[in-house]
Write a protein that binds this ligand. Structure first.
Ligand code: SF4
Length: 251
């Protein structure tokens, strides 16, 4: 996944420029994977890859930004916060190799949107149908908390990705409040639609839609904090993806 379109983006301005020039998803994915625009996150993703977690001591970590995953004609977008330090930052595929991904892809499989219920590595044969999974921030942040500057610096990658799948994109499932909030700048940037004021509050199962926009559908994040405590159950996820399919005309 080399960036054939130019050198690594190293500043917010270069992210804007390179994202804007991405001709298609493959080009965009390569440009994202070589980005170095956030010094704190570059240092963190590489440090995590050096220190590693004991269970993955023998593995070579990806240690780069993690592009989106799924077909270019996706009707459903699943928007997360950021890759996990020992998940996507290790495997190079979003939500792959961690407990959150186990829960998410099992649900997508039950919904008929994935060909298998597990997601362990980039070459595990997983394919998504009608669905693209991506994150608001593409590098693993310390404590899963990007700064506002990092969030804003990374946003043009997401906006270009949504722009490239805009012809088919019908619904964005926002996993958690951070992803929900990241939708509004994308709405303005990609669709030219001013976000509503005040912004609708995030909630599980809450939907919002403007006439010319994809629907936004809130879902509790698939984090262990939610799934281990029963705040988010498999049945609740099944309900969300059934609703997403309806909104996407796939129900
Ligand atoms: S978070 Fe986004 S903008 Fe920042 S270095 Fe990673 S890919 Fe680049």
């Amino acid at each position: 996944m080399a960036d054939v379109g130019g050198a690594s983006a190293r500043t917010p301005e270069e992210v804007v420029d390179r994202a804007g020039r991405a001709a298609d998803l493959a080009d965009l994915d390569g440009a994202i994977a070589s980005c170095r625009a956030c010094p704190r996150l570059v240092a963190w993703r590489e440090e995590v890859a050096t220190v590693k977690r004991a269970a993955f001591r023998d593995q070579e970590y990806w240690a780069r930004p993690v592009p989106g995953f799924g077909p270019p004609d996706a009707r459903i977008g699943v928007l997360g916060l950021a890759p996990a330090a020992h998940g996507g930052n290790r495997t190079g595929r979003i939500f792959t190799g961690d407990r959150s991904g186990d829960v998410l892809f099992a649900a997508l499989y039950r919904a008929g949107l994935a060909n298998q219920p597990t997601s362990v590595s980039r070459d595990d044969g997983l394919r998504l149908a009608h669905t693209r999974v991506f994150a608001a921030v593409r590098c693993a942040p310390p404590g899963n908390q990007p700064t506002p500057t990092e969030r804003d610096t990374c946003a043009p990658w997401l906006h270009r990705e949504i722009s490239l799948i805009k012809p088919t994109l019908s619904v964005v499932v926002a996993l958690g409040g951070f992803a929900w909030a990241a939708f509004w700048p994308a709405l303005r940037s990609v669709y030219g639609i001013p976000p509503p004021t005040p912004r609708p509050a995030f909630g599980h199962g809450v939907t919002w839609q403007a006439p010319e926009s994809p629907a936004l559908l809130g879902c509790y994040h698939v984090s262990q904090q939610n799934t281990f405590t029963g705040r988010l159950t498999p049945a609740m996820l099944d309900h969300i993806f059934a609703r997403a399919k309806e909104l996407a005309g796939l129900g």
